[in-house]
Ligand binder design. Sequence first.
Ligand code: HEM
Length: 393
Amino acid sequence: MAVEARVCDEDIFCPEAVRTAREVDDRLRELAPAVRLSRERITLLGRYEHVSAALLDWRSFSSRSRPWHDPDSVRPEILLVDDPPRHTQVRGVVSNALSPRALARMAEHFRADADALLREVAARSGEVIDAVAQITQAFVYKVLPDLLGLPQAGREHLYAFGNMVWATLGPPNELFEEAMRDTGPVLEWVDQCCNRENLDPEGLGMQMFRAADAGEITEPEAKLLVQVLLSAAADTTVMTMATALRAFSRFPGEYRLLRAEPALLRNAFEESLRWDSPSRMAGRITTRDVEVEGHLIPKGERCGLMFAAANRDPRKWADPDRFDVRRDTRGHVGWGYGLHACVGRVLALLEADALLGACIRHIERFEPAGEPVPWMSAIGHGPARLPVRIVAA
Ligand code: HEM
């Protein structure tokens, strides 16, 4: 007979737990196959086998609701909160716009931007820099709004908007309050800049409105999708590339290997995503009683499927804390899995090819120069600041 999930009374989303999220998530994964957080009244799955199976089983683990779901939040209510058939139709619009063919012409622009940026960084050889502000964020916060076709004015709100959307994925605690402190100007910007008349006709954002013209989605849905792309594409990519740079500094032998064999670059990026995933978990709700290794998750239970913990599950990954650019990374869940698996993966990979490719050409070494400052977000994870000494090639 199935037993109830193991109960945990800890607050795993308080600032202290967020600072040590890696250890907290690994500990929860090892506690039991299903762990119920008594404070939040949600059940977490942290083992690779169960997380990947649940992500594939959208009929039992629906996206229609999720922990702390508030339909009136600043979060664009589309796609991630849909099941088929609505999900299938909307996703088709986005995946057409983000297909490898549609994005191929961007690769050259990304390379030029990345090369110019890394030349400037390399000119500061010997100095300590913040690799997030000066490399990964500097790059993504330029190429992403350019690609979407957003106006120049107001782009400084990009970080605050992303941070707010991430906050809505977690509980309404002090980190949430912090993220929501000054919503006014940020939301006004998001509301304005994603309107049809403010978008560059050649940009990716306008393609959502063209799909509305073709009757594939409605006009309000088109605007929501531009906002989804803006929020989903920014910090995930900033954090994963920052994590890659962190790994390069902590595992200098792997970076040397990568410089000697640049063909390993894509796998190194995938390994960064496995090694320290920027999303701690995804929310779902059960539509029936589900049994996970003899533990019962009742129908209607809100669940957290823990990407980061599953990507370091020793049952699946040998020596999971080791960053290994040659590792077989296939099957990691850093992009999610199944129906909702990241639709922007091709874009993120193109950005990583450009930026990390420019790093290996221009920078001989990234040396650790102090502890990274963690991103204080309950669900988002990664370095908000990453001090490194750079040595030019
Ligand atoms: C390294 C960078 C990225 C990472 C690690 C990442 C991660 C993820 C993950 C884990 C999911 C699944 C969430 C779930 O199942 O609940 C997801 C979905 C999604 N991602 Fe990404 N993402 C990245 C970049 C991007 C980019 C560049 C875009 C857009 C251009 C994007 C747009 C989306 C969208 C729209 C979804 C929802 C898909 C759906 O519901 O069908 N992501 N991403």
